[in-house]
Design a binder for this molecule. Structure first.
Ligand code: AMP
Length: 425
């Protein structure tokens, strides 16, 4: 079977790597892909904002399965468009992807279905907002309604700064585009867990849990990024808590979406804060996370393609996913200046030596092939990912491989997994 993967990051590299391991797969095409993906798949250019172009590509390639990586094409309705043409595609429809593409929709949905989440108000005017802010106590979390590539959440230390932040979102000054709705939320304290499941519209099958590091600086300091590292361990969630999250959060979400005639099939990514009041939903994503997917897929023993097909065909209830015991970790190497402005085009060396470290896979987030050289082409460049029987060993392997790699301005955090390691000591 030919598999088409839409996207160009580390997530898509990990998906291509996992898909290729399936015995049923004969060819992997990735659009647009990147320099690293090009070593294991055929990459073809496409604009991920252009549904028509993606449909033309899929019609020309006739894949047996299309996997949509990023949120933007999902929010534009790529799944609906491919389904209308009789093509098999993994991912939610545009209406179901609203769980991610509108935070206002997601919050109201959570409330309608009594699914635990932070207290909030959805505001459509500045006057509404000023009134709502009065009943929250700082710190106050202000969120853009729409997709904002990780830049739409502002934690404000006073009511005044919360109002200013919200005005910045309404006017378009903060994100470049004016928001119609702004969400105000109570500030939650606790450990964050990424709980990802496959859903077939009725049933869910949980993936290995993960915890990511969003801040650029060590000790979780400095501005937020797309993710500087992530790890996954068995110990992260005990069986009782996993069961609770399934029964009270993941399953009611999928049931609620089906009841509202927008069944959700695809990856339901539940971002949770483990608070003193129990797990509360921070956000939903409607797709695999990046870099969570790199760490999760390295632990997956089941055939990914079979699991995704079970999700498309409504067979997840009969599908048990198998995971390697132990742990995995992904450390991201970024360009100097990221998440601000950065330069690209620097040659990357040491990848062969890094790949020799046992248990290691290097997934590319932003690289390009120029002649016979791989060069940097993004803010996040590589995700050095390793699996092992313990988190300590997985991290040691990832950092050993990272030490082999070099490009000008290369930066990475040396403390990925520090929260879990501290808890163990
Ligand atoms: P979101 O896109 O809603 O997940 O927000 C991005 C990040 O902002 C989360 O991963 C949290 O670290 C932080 N965040 C979002 N909402 C809250 C909240 N209510 N309390 C504390 N931190 C939050």
């Amino acid at each position: 079977m030919k598999v088409l993967i839409l996207g160009s990051g580390g997530r898509e590299h990990a998906l291509a790597w996992a898909v290729r391991r399936s015995e049923r797969v004969t060819e992997v095409v990735c659009a647009p892909g990147n320099g690293g993906i090009a070593q294991i798949a055929r990459c073809v250019p496409v604009d991920l904002k252009d549904v028509g172009a993606m449909v033309r590509l899929a019609e020309a390639e006739q894949p047996g399965l299309t996997i949509v990586g990023p949120e933007l094409p999902l929010s534009l309705g790529i799944v609906d468009a491919l389904q209308e043409r009789g093509l098999r595609v993994f991912g939610p429809t545009r209406a179901a992807a609203m769980l991610e593409s509108s935070k206002g929709f997601a919050k109201r949905f959570l409330q309608r279905h009594n699914i635990p989440t932070a207290n909030y108000a959805v505001c459509t005017t500045a006057a509404e907002l000023e009134k709502a802010v009065e009943i929250f106590h700082p710190p106050i979390v202000v969120k853009a309604d729409g997709l904002a590539a990780g830049k739409g959440v502002i934690i404000c230390q006073s009511r005044r700064t919360a109002i200013e932040a919200a005005q910045g979102l309404f006017s378009g000054k903060l994100l470049g585009e004016a928001e119609q709705q702004v969400i105000i939320e109570e500030f939650l304290v606790g450990d964050e867990i990424s709980f990802l499941c496959l859903s077939d519209g009725k049933h869910v099958a949980p993936l290995a849990p993960a915890q990511d590091h969003k801040c650029i600086g060590e000790g979780d300091t400095g501005p937020n990024t797309g993710g500087m590292g992530v790890y996954s361990t068995d110990a992260m969630l005990d069986a009782g808590m996993k069961e609770w999250i399934l029964r009270h959060i993941a399953e009611p979400t999928v049931r609620g979406m089906a009841e509202e005639d927008t069944p959700f099939a695809g990856v339901l990514y539940v971002g949770l804060m483990m608070t003193a009041r129990g797990p509360l939903v921070l956000e939903f994503n409607a797709r695999f996370g990046d870099p969570e997917t790199q760490a999760i897929l390295l632990r997956m023993e089941s055939d990914l393609v079979e699991a995704l097909e079970a999700s498309i065909d409504g067979r997840l209830a009969e599908t048990e996913l198998r995971w390697a015991h132990g742990a995995s970790a992904c450390v991201v190497a970024s360009s100097a200046g990221y998440p601000g402005s950065y330069k690209t085009g620097f040659p990357i060396s040491g990848l062969d030596a890094a790949a020799q470290v046992p248990g290691v896979q290097v997934f590319h987030s932003g690289s390009a092939q120029v002649g016979s050289n791989l060069v940097t082409a993004g803010g996040r460049v590589l995700g050095v990912t390793a699996a092992a029987s313990t988190l300590e060993e997985a991290l040691a392997r990832a950092y050993q491989a990272m030490a082999e790699i070099h490009f000008e301005g290369m930066y990475y955090r040396r403390d990925i997994g520090h929260r879990a390691l501290k808890r163990k000591r």
